[in-house]
Write a protein that binds this ligand. Structure first.
Ligand SMILES: Nc1nc2c(ncn2[C@@H]2O[C@H](COP(=O)(O)OP(=O)(O)OP(=O)(O)O)[C@@H](O)[C@H]2O)c(=O)[nH]1
Ligand SMILES: [Mg+2]
Length: 540
């Protein structure tokens, strides 16, 4: 890049905000995502998670099964612009069985938005995800959602967050009324009352009225008692809550809190107005050669997700990359750090609401979709110039296993293609018996729901019916070294297989059987997880 290009790139990078929305299932991540897109101008009419006949569905739950069930199965990536910033939003699935996807996505985010259901409080999956964020030191912004439901006392909710998660809270705003009487939020920083008008179905922006908390009209609408209570609460919060400390927040040691009813669009705009400033710009990322600053000249990125068949019209695979340094242009020459081979990434997309748009450039912080030429794996690093690998993309060990039973032998080829493509997304891994050839492979997954998703997608995307038969194994270990694999096989306790890249591994039925094998083979190296592999089909 020339000096002036570098200056421009620095400006663009400083405006990137890349964040993931995380929580226990059902707290409203996809609903909030939809409303952020609405307020960000990326869509003009918001859909809902549960579609009524006339209604639109959400942008981010696009997969057929997601729409049928009203849950998120996979992370969605979306961009929108707001107040001069380019926002890269990652809407993650909450269910534990899909959490690999969430954990990998967190590696691509600079800020986390943690949603809390105001009725349910801090739930188990939120605790797990919070810990992951907290370990990586990423700043966390809290949104307490569903205030339109008769929920818990906000003071009690903040206490619970502080106690259970161990992070001090600083509420930026405070809810006024709750349940059917939820009227809006009090902006503590600007000392203003923000009142909202309900919009049918929440599909359009809610009108916001800004006023004084002691305004007579507002006071009479709220009722004298509720108004007195509000003033008392506000005073209490002023005295009792932790003072704002930007540095503590940036270190992930203090969380700003917002109150919303995402479904009704209440509190979404005030949240977004503050969040554009709270969300952190791209940070240096640890790599095998030390931290890579986002504004260093050469382009680099890592792949955190692969997704097949997103667009039924194209039926292709997209590898999602987080740009970590420099600038992407279609002429940039990149190599794959894993094998040093050049990769063509000329067809690159951005996701604006439902549309994928081919782009000519992208900067550090951006999450882009690369048309996958058939060589990319989750966890891969792409580099322009010097080769290195980014750290911190987690790997997972499968804990559930099934044998694939063919239902229609006439569809063997499609089955193989479907399984290979879906396994490249990393949600299920394919293992082959060493002697049974490739027929009826074994699948491994971290959560059992992944098998259901795979079965459904094989049927709907590849037109292949299959049955799965549960197997008794619970642990997998990849074996490195000159392994006498037969010796590791103990009928009833363990079986030796190969993964899609012919890497040998052993499945064990019990932890005891696994420990014994490890003890009896001190010369071998056992690994509990590897990066999801790829078949040699595409020449990778
Ligand atoms: N009452 C009320 N319901 C809400 C609100 N926000 C979301 N919901 C509902 O809560 C349910 C779950 O919402 P989602 O947005 O799918 O939740 P999620 O966190 O994305 O769920 P997963 O992705 O499956 O983990 C849906 O039925 C929403 O309509 C809210 O502010 N108030
Ligand atoms: Mg969701």
């Amino acid at each position: 890049m020339t000096e002036s290009e570098l200056g421009n790139a620095r400006h663009e990078i400083a405006n990137r905000r890349t964040f993931a929305i995380i929580s226990h299932p059902d707290a409203g991540k996809t609903t909030l995502t939809e409303k952020l897109l609405l307020y960000g101008g990326a869509i003009h009419l918001a859909g809902s998670v549960k579609q009524n006949r006339a209604g639109r569905q959400t942008t981010s739950d696009w997969m057929e099964l997601e729409r049928q069930r009203g849950i998120s199965i996979t992370t969605s990536v979306m961009q929108f612009d707001y107040a001069g910033r380019r926002m890269n939003l990652l809407d993650t699935p909450g269910h534990n069985d899909f959490s690999e996807d969430t954990y990998r996505t967190l590696a691509a985010a600079d800020t986390a938005v943690m949603l809390i259901d105001s009725v349910k409080g801090v739930e188990p999956q939120t605790i797990k995800l919070f810990r992951v964020c907290s370990m990586s030191g990423i700043p966390i912004v809290t949104v307490i959602n569903k205030l339109d439901r008769p929920g818990r006392d906000p003071v009690e909710l903040l206490d619970e967050i502080e106690e259970v998660l161990g992070i001090p809270c600083h509420p930026f705003n405070w809810p006024v009324g709750s349940g059917p009487d939820f009227q809006g939020v009090y902006d503590r920083r600007n000392r203003q009352m923000l009142r909202f008008e309900r919009v049918a179905g929440g599909s359009m922006q809610a009108a916001m009225e800004v006023g004084d908390v002691n305004d007579a009209g507002f006071k009479s609408r709220l009722g004298a008692n509720a108004h007195r209570r509000l003033l008392e609460d506000l005073e209490l919060v002023d005295v009792a809550c932790h003072p704002w400390d930007e540095a503590q927040y940036r270190a992930g040691k203090l969380t700003p809190v917002f109150f919303t009813s995402a479904m009704n669009n209440f509190g979404v705009e005030p949240f977004l107005n503050e969040f554009v400033n709270l969300a952190t710009p791209p940070r240096p990322r640890p790599s095998s050669v030390g931290p890579i600053p986002p504004d260093s000249g050469a382009f680099s990125a890592f792949i955190f997700k692969i997704q097949a068949n997103m667009d039924p019209r194209h039926r292709d695979r997209i590898a999602f990359a987080r740009v970590c340094s420099g600038r992407y242009t279609k002429d940039v020459e990149v190599r794959l750090a894993r094998n040093g081979k050049p990769v063509s990434i000329a067809r690159t997309f951005q996701f604006l609401a439902q549309e994928r748009i081919q782009i000519g450039q992208a900067f550090s912080g951006d999450v882009i979709g690369l048309w996958d030429p058939g060589v990319l794996r989750i966890g891969d690093t792409l580099c322009e110039g010097e080769l290195f690998e980014f750290e911190g993309i987690p790997r997972f060990s499968p804990e559930h296993f099934v044998r694939v039973r063919e239902v229609d032998p006439g569809k063997r080829k499609q089955l193989k293609k479907g399984l290979e493509e879906l396994s490249e997304e990393g949600a299920v891994q394919i293992f082959y018996d060493r002697d049974r050839m490739e027929r009826e492979p074994i699948l491994g997954a971290v959560g059992v729901l992944q098998f259901e998703v795979t079965q459904h997608r094989l049927q709907s995307e590849y037109n292949v019916p299959v049955k799965f038969e549960r197997l008794p194994y619970e642990h997998a270990r990849w074996v490195e070294g000159d392994a006498p694999l037969g010796k590791l096989e103990q009928p009833g306790y363990s079986v030796c297989l190969q993964d899609i890249e012919q890497r040998p591994l052993v499945l064990f039925t019990t932890e005891w059987a696994m420990r014994r094998a490890l003890k009896e083979n001190p010369d071998l190296k056992f690994k509990d997880a590897v990066q999801p592999g790829r078949s040699s089909r595409a020449g990778g």
